[in-house]
Design a protein around this ligand. Structure first.
Ligand code: PLP
Length: 466
């Protein structure tokens, strides 16, 4: 279907946008000068803007539209639920059918230690819930000193007070006096930047040992939990060495601290498993989810609560003084149920594991032959490549660009201008495409990325940066 672009007056929408709409993570002076791109429609892996341009959405919206755009069965499910019961809360000993069915479904598709779910509206709220729940768990057991949560530099855990504190983003911490007390950070398992002189396996053990050092520094009797994304997303698609997570699990077990896996990106098939904890061989006590649970059609997040925590909270905890008006919102839960049904019916999780994930790995690795690309790697359907000024013999020998040049943003602009959404994290370019993507579409995407890399290279040469 072609876009009827005369239906949209782009300049007028941009003007109103600038006048009234404060966007997340946005410099509004720059936005006001450039004007926002107005997205008006989506179908499958493609978006259309108000000018009628077709864009391949390599980021699934914001890591979330796993089943692709335009799924009528999800909008039908939402519509039916809105007509039947648009809202009721789950306070005061009441419940609703979609929330009950979704909690049951999540217990069935998650690792066996998870039989309970706490619903929120977002990943940030879910991580706030984790902080409160982990501390409550230790309080109930009589260890009120155990309040410290250990996280990692360059982690992303959301943007509320606790979410941003758990995250390890210096720019976020710099605004508003974060982190809040009793949240501390260790280094990230990024072999490219920190693993020089070690094998990947050695580095994985080394990076995990930073957790033990921090536990001993804080005092083991003061640590409540460790939280990490199985693969860091917003930090730049950082795929840890295979040795990392099993060693983290061993250390958590040794000191009895709770392990929280933030699977907001990794869950619901992104890495070829329903939950990436299975892929990395860990047994978390709490799992954060959001994004892919509804493929972003309606906001929903939550915490999968493992038996270790659930038994204490339910058995001895009494009332947990926490909750949201919209916890277990029936419309969001109806959207999630239909989204999960689609993932199952179309075997999208299996397809990522056995077909499109390995195929993307092979095709994406080819991009490392491009003169501008240092390394290119992927895991399931997330991938990242490094833009480098000069290539070296191995991944610790490339010459980076001066980070102040903002080469990643230059590349992103060429992608965006040529119908490809690829995100820049510094000079690392990342994708997280919809799970419905076919092999042919992967070929199309790789060709488009390669073309935009060529344009970027020519541009950088012209600027004298290469
Ligand atoms: C996006 C994200 C969050 C925050 O989710 P929101 O729904 O934006 O609050 C938390 N953790 C991870 C890993 C994320 O990618």
């Amino acid at each position: 279907m072609t876009m009827l672009k005369e239906l949209y007056d782009t300049a007028a929408i941009q003007k109103l946008d600038t006048a009234h709409y404060l966007h997340p993570f946005t410099d509004h002076r720059t936005l006001g000068e450039q004007g926002a791109r107005v997205m008006v429609r989506g179908e499958g892996i493609y978006l259309w803007d108000s000018e009628g341009n077709q864009i391949l959405d390599g980021m699934s919206g914001l890591w979330c539209v796993n089943v692709g755009y335009g799924r009528k069965s999800i909008s039908d499910a939402v519509y039916r639920q809105m007509e039947t019961l648009p809202f009721y809360n789950s306070f005061f000993n009441t419940t609703n059918v979609p929330a009950v069915l979704l909690a049951n479904k999540l217990a069935a598709i998650s690792p066996p230690q998870f039989q309970h779910v706490y619903f929120t509206n977002s990943g940030s709220e879910a991580n706030d819930t984790n902080v409160r729940m982990a501390r409550r768990y230790w309080d109930v057991l009589g260890y009120s000193e155990r309040h410290t949560i250990i996280s990692r530099h360059n982690a992303y855990h959301g943007s509320t007070m606790a979410g941003a504190s758990l995250g390890g983003m210096p720019d976020m911490h710099a605004q508003g006096g974060l982190p809040i007390p009793c949240i501390v950070h260790i280094g990230q398992p990024d072999y490219r930047t920190a693993g020089r002189g070690m094998s990947e396996d050695e580095f994985g053990i080394e990076a995990a040992s930073w957790l033990e050092q921090k536990i001993l520094e804080v005092g083991a009797d003061k640590v409540a939990a460790f939280i990490g994304e199985p693969v860091q997303g917003a930090g730049g698609v950082i795929i840890p060495p295979a040795t990392y997570w099993p060693e983290i699990q061993r250390i958590c077990d040794k000191y009895g601290i709770l392990l929280i896996a933030d699977e907001v990106i990794c869950g619901f098939g992104r890495l070829g498993r329903w939950f990436a904890s299975d892929l990395f061989g860990i047994r978390p006590d709490l799992i954060t989810f959001a994004k892919g649970v509804t493929s972003g059609y309606v906001p929903l997040g939550g915490v999968l609560v493992g038996d270790r925590v659930a038994d204490v909270l339910i058995g001895q905890g009494g009332e947990f003084q926490h909750g949201f008006t919209y916890s277990g919102h029936p419309v969001a839960c109806a959207a999630a149920l239909e989204n999960i049904r689609i993932l199952e019916e179309e075997q999208l999780v299996e397809r990522v594991a056995a077909d499109t994930g390995p195929y993307l790995k092979q095709r994406f690795a080819d991009l490392a032959h491009h003169p501008l690309v240092g390394d290119a790697d992927s895991c399931g359907l997330v991938a990242g490549l490094d833009l480098v000024r000069r290539k070296g013999g191995n991944r610790h020998e490339h010459t980076a660009f001066d980070s102040a040049l903002g080469v990643g943003m230059v590349c992103r602009a060429h992608m965006f201008g040529n119908g490809m959404i690829m995100r820049a994290v510094g000079d690392r370019m990342i994708i997280s495409p919809p799970l419905v993507m076919t092999r042919t579409q992967i070929d199309d995407m790789i060709a488009l990325i390669r073309h935009c890399l060529d344009l970027t290279q020519a541009d950088l040469q012209q600027r004298g940066w290469l």
